[in-house]
Design a protein around this ligand. Structure first.
Ligand SMILES: NC(=O)C1=CN([C@@H]2O[C@H](COP(=O)(O)OP(=O)(O)OC[C@H]3O[C@@H](n4cnc5c(N)ncnc54)[C@H](OP(=O)(O)O)[C@@H]3O)[C@@H](O)[C@H]2O)C=CC1
Ligand SMILES: Nc1nc(=O)c2c([nH]1)NC[C@@H]1CN(c3ccc(C(=O)N[C@@H](CCC(=O)O)C(=O)O)cc3)C=[N+]21
Length: 297
């Protein structure tokens, strides 16, 4: 058996296109473009690439991109002061502070400074709380992108057994909550989980968000399971000077012979994260202008 490939890249391109159309209509109505501010502290090479691609995608979707680069030794109060300026700036609808932050900057303190109405990453405690109790709010981009792919494939997830591996605030926990909201029966596994292969064996849906290259093995999977691989791991390059290959948390080559459907890395969940970020920003912009949010995004 060979799994169907879940083409996150194509799904994301389609979502960005629809967001772009709605963003153009928004600009007509509001007399301004929706705006996303991205704050990057320090000069992490991978983050640089990521921030640049977000900026390009934002502009391509008819929105404005504001990039703020601060040195790695920035004081927490200066970073928070920038966030507060962005909170007060009517041209900025969404604020994303690229994580992780360098040094001993307190991530929770910085995120807490973001206006929850501009928290398009969904990392603020207010957003997390809203998701937990089932109220409208911003949902973290990566898990929201994953649930879109799952609903696209399965329609109704009711009664399906879902196993989420990883319990971070930005992926694992919100992912589990979204699956629960979709009436799946959810198990959250983590580093203390006993007999992970046996836990995964029962799953109709596996979401791997661990950060360990190719950890999830093919023989753990229930035949026909749907596998969503969130992991982004760069392997050591085979030769000096070369760029290491990017792999997920799932042993893709073997898993695709057992799974029913699987997301590749790259080209799976990653592109969805950016597309959903643009979607969240456009929703924020509508709220800021007192307009009804676009339907069907
Ligand atoms: N595609 C995308 O857009 C995005 C991809 N990512 C990628 O997703 C992955 C996860 O990210 P993130 O959630 O931030 O990572 P974290 O490091 O915050 O969390 C990893 C989780 O995996 C668990 N874990 C670690 N080792 C094991 C193990 N051996 N068995 C079972 N569980 C284990 C940890 O358990 P414990 O809590 O017990 O320590 C923890 O809950 C990374 O590869 C990251 O790069 C992240 C964000 C976006
Ligand atoms: N405040 C904040 N919000 C985030 O959402 C956030 C963050 N900080 N810090 C870092 C992680 C990581 N992340 C990715 C997004 C897209 C790809 C992506 O598009 N990946 C491409 C491959 C890119 C490549 O080739 O390097 C793919 O999977 O196809 C990857 C990783 C968002 N994150």
């Amino acid at each position: 058996m060979t799994a169907e490939l879940i083409d996150g890249k194509a799904f994301a391109a389609n979502l960005r296109e629809r967001v772009g159309d709605h963003a153009a209509a928004f600009a007509e109505k509001a007399g301004r473009k929706a705006g996303l501010a991205v704050v990057l502290v320090g000069a992490d090479a991978a983050s640089e690439v990521y921030v640049r691609s977000k900026g390009k995608a934002t502009v391509a979707a008819n929105m404005e991109s504001f990039e703020h680069r601060l040195p790695a030794d920035t004081a927490e109060e200066d970073l928070i002061a920038l966030v507060e300026r962005l909170n007060a700036d009517p041209a900025v609808d969404g604020i994303l502070v690229q994580l992780p932050l360098p040094g001993d900057l307190d991530e929770q303190a910085v995120i807490a400074a973001i206006d929850p109405g501009k928290d398009v990453d969904g990392f603020h405690v207010e957003s997390a709380g809203r998701l937990m109790v089932g109220r409208e709010g911003f949902v973290p981009c990566t898990p929201l992108g994953c649930i879109m792919l799952l609903k696209d494939r399965h329609g109704d997830l009711s009664g399906m057994n879902a196993v989420v591996i990883g319990r971070s605030n930005i992926v694992g926990k919100p992912m589990a909550q979204l699956l629960l909201d979709a009436n799946a029966t959810v198990t959250i596994a983590h580093s203390r989980t006993k007999d992970l292969p046996e836990v995964v064996q029962r799953a109709d849906i596996v979401v791997a968000a661990v950060g360990r290259a190719e950890m999830v093995k093919a023989d753990w999977l229930k035949p026909g399971a749907t596998v969503i691989d969130v992991g982004i791991n760069r392997l050591a390059p085979a030769e000096e000077g070369a760029k290491g290959r990017l792999v997920g948390d799932v042993d893709f080559e073997a898993a695709k012979e057992v799974a029913g459907a699987i997301t590749p890395v790259p080209g799976g969940v990653g592109p969805m994260t950016i597309a959903v970020l643009l979607r969240n920003t456009l929703v924020a912009a509508h709220m800021h202008e007192g307009l009804d949010p676009p339907v069907g995004l």
